[in-house]
Design a protein around this ligand. Structure first.
Ligand code: PEP
Length: 252
């Protein structure tokens, strides 16, 4: 069975409205036809426009980088999942290490966001990954497994089946230091085994697990060729159309 392969671009806090329109146009114009999914996750200001102009392009989606878990209310500066849905968003990143470390998001908050995303029929891109000191202490498998258990394992099989997981070792994000294909594969296989133990083999085999962390044109092909790596969540290299398109073309 071929699992759904995805390349998702996380623009983070980059690109003005015009710059974003230009980048998205270049990406859209360079897309070939493929069964693989391409998602771009720009800042909120771009979502409605980009979802509108890309409507109808097959296997291409607009994702958000964050959401609040409440549907509406007095939460100044926040954006809810129903609002994202009304803009045409299909996916929402949650649990990203920058949200966890810079904005204090706990496993409990991430879990509530996962629930809110699924409740509206959107799909979470759930990020997990260990800091350097945890890897150096040899505790990375337990650390990542605990993150997954805490935010996802309350879900029933059907709901879990809508989640995309992104393994992003924190020491590789934006640092230029990529996990080696073996290191990434080892963690992805471990995650799949964990899912199989909790749900079943079919669910585990169907789950798309992305790698993220300094993925670029020069290393994407080797990473994506690993048995349990189903594409990537791309930060820095998603900001240049040429690089992002090259990474998309690296999918098997
Ligand atoms: C990310 O932040 O999701 C990411 C993978 O960033 P980068 O590719 O820049 O390491």
């Amino acid at each position: 069975m071929k699992r759904l392969q995805i390349v998702a671009g996380n623009w983070k806090m980059n690109k003005t409205f015009d710059e974003g329109r230009e980048l998205a146009t270049a990406i859209i114009n360079g897309l070939g036809s493929s069964e693989n999914l391409v998602i771009i996750c720009p800042p909120f200001i771009h979502l409605n426009h980009l979802a509108t102009v890309s409507k109808g392009i097959s296997n291409f989606y607009i994702g958000a980088q964050n959401c609040h878990f409440e549907k509406s209310g007095a939460y100044t500066g926040e954006v809810s999942v129903p609002m994202l849905k009304s803009c045409g968003v299909g996916f929402v990143i949650t649990g990203h290490s920058e949200r966890r470390t810079l904005f204090g998001e706990t496993d409990e908050v991430v879990k509530k966001k996962v629930d809110a995303i699924l409740e509206e029929g959107l799909r979470p891109i759930f990020c997990c990954g260990e800091p350097l000191e945890v890897r150096e202490a040899g505790k990375h498998f337990n650390y990542v497994e605990d993150q997954i258990k805490a935010a996802l394992f309350h879900l029933d099989k059907e709901a879990f089946g809508r989640v995309v997981i992104a393994y992003e070792p924190i020491w590789a994000i934006g640092t230029g230091k990529t996990a080696s294909p073996d290191q990434a594969q080892e963690m992805h296989a471990r995650i799949r085994k964990l899912i199989s133990g909790k749900y079943d083999i079919e669910t585990a085999e169907r789950t798309t697990i992305l790698y993220g962390g300094s993925c670029k044109p020069s290393n994407a092909k080797e990473l994506f060729s690993q048995a349990d790596i189903d594409g990537g969540l791309i930060g820095g290299a998603s900001l240049k159309a040429e690089d992002f398109l090259s990474i998309i073309k690296s999918l098997p």
